[in-house]
Design a protein around this ligand. Structure first.
Ligand code: MN
Ligand code: MN
Length: 338
């Protein structure tokens, strides 16, 4: 049954987050009610036969300016309720016919023990990644990407990074400060991100170092256009295993006012989503959207953009699974060489 058919809702066909009979297919419940989960996926900690786990990390103690991204997972889940049920633009397909996706709930964190947080995020992410699910995380501030990268690198080795951001996040301190502006410098120094395969998109601030990563400033994006940006990303990243991180402040404050460190002159949501749509040839092994702070939002603008970013990740992963099957690159290479 498609929601667009307006067939009568059957009794108890609500609260799919809890009561969905399985983890495939749409839910078709009204957008305005029910227990919230990302795109009405079943809330589950069972990762057997799961392709993708969506996970919230409600942590914002690392921000340099406005806090509030701890409410990001709730805001994005709420905004995502409008997306379930129909073929998803611009993919012309329902990702849940191809992908088994669960909402894994939120990371368990103690707000009174900040220095325990990195290990808690990394440890819980490791369980998901090692179980074989592709992890899509909802921040939280951008600090959370550092333990997420470590958990992914343990399985995949050094990765390419595609980072959408107004900031380079390459501020570095020798001591283990918990700061949302340093994950890139840490990951490059630790050897888990390959700078020569990595690229930042939408930057409009200057940091002390670039760590060898290619930078496309916001004005570069305007000058190159979407297709020019995609060529630069493809040339840089190639076939490397890739982690995509989307700081919502890569968007202009007009499109994402609900964030901690907004910077004028950013990407439009259409521009950013068109770039994401063009990343289908990348071998994306994990991704996140971070820095959504709903308390500064207006009419859910920022949460809607955050939900759309995740919906695009799902569309790309569904297309890739339909094309290649759920096999890692090495398996595919081995098969082709037989
Ligand atoms: Mn950032
Ligand atoms: Mn930023």
């Amino acid at each position: 049954m498609s929601k667009t058919s307006h067939a009568p809702l059957r009794p108890r066909e609500t609260d799919s987050a809890v009561f969905a009979p399985n983890i495939m297919g749409g839910s078709h419940e009204p957008m305005y009610g029910g227990v919230l989960s990302f795109m009405r996926r079943k809330l589950s900690r069972d990762l057997r036969n799961v392709d993708v786990a969506v996970w919230g990390i409600p942590f914002d103690a690392a921000v340099s300016n406005r806090p509030g991204a701890r409410f990001g997972p709730q805001g994005v889940r709420r905004a995502s309720a409008i997306l379930e049920g129909d073929p998803q633009y611009p993919f012309h397909a329902d990702p849940f016919e191809t992908l088994a996706v669960v909402d894994y709930g939120d990371c368990s964190l103690d707000y009174g023990r900040h220095f325990d947080v990195p290990a808690q995020i990394e440890g819980q992410a490791r369980e998901i990644v090692q179980a074989g699910a592709t992890l899509l995380s909802i921040g939280g501030d951008h600090y959370v990407t550092w333990p997420l990268l470590k958990a992914h690198a343990e399985k995949h080795g050094p990765m390419a990074l595609v980072q959408f951001d107004a900031h380079q996040d390459t501020w570095f301190d020798e001591e283990e400060r918990i700061d949302h502006g340093s994950f890139v410098a840490r990951a490059v120094r630790a050897g888990i991100i390959m700078p020569e395969r990595s690229i930042q998109v939408g930057i409009r601030t200057h940091a002390p170092e670039d760590c060898g990563i290619e930078i496309l400033y916001a004005h570069d994006v305007a000058n190159l256009g979407v297709s020019g940006v995609l060529k630069r990303i493809a040339a840089r990243v190639g076939d490397a295993k890739t982690y995509v991180t989307f700081d919502i402040d890569s968007l202009d404050p007009a499109y994402a006012p609900g964030t901690g460190t907004p910077v004028a002159g950013g990407l439009s949501s259409r521009e950013a989503l068109m770039i994401l749509r063009g990343l289908g040839d990348l071998d994306i092994v994990g991704a996140d959207v971070v820095e959504v702070a709903p308390a500064y939002d207006h009419a859910d603008v920022t949460s809607i953009a955050g939900a759309a970013v995740l919906q695009h990740y799902l569309g790309l992963l569904a297309e890739r699974k339909a094309k290649h099957g759920k096999k890692d690159l090495l398996t595919r290479v081995a098969e082709h060489s037989l």
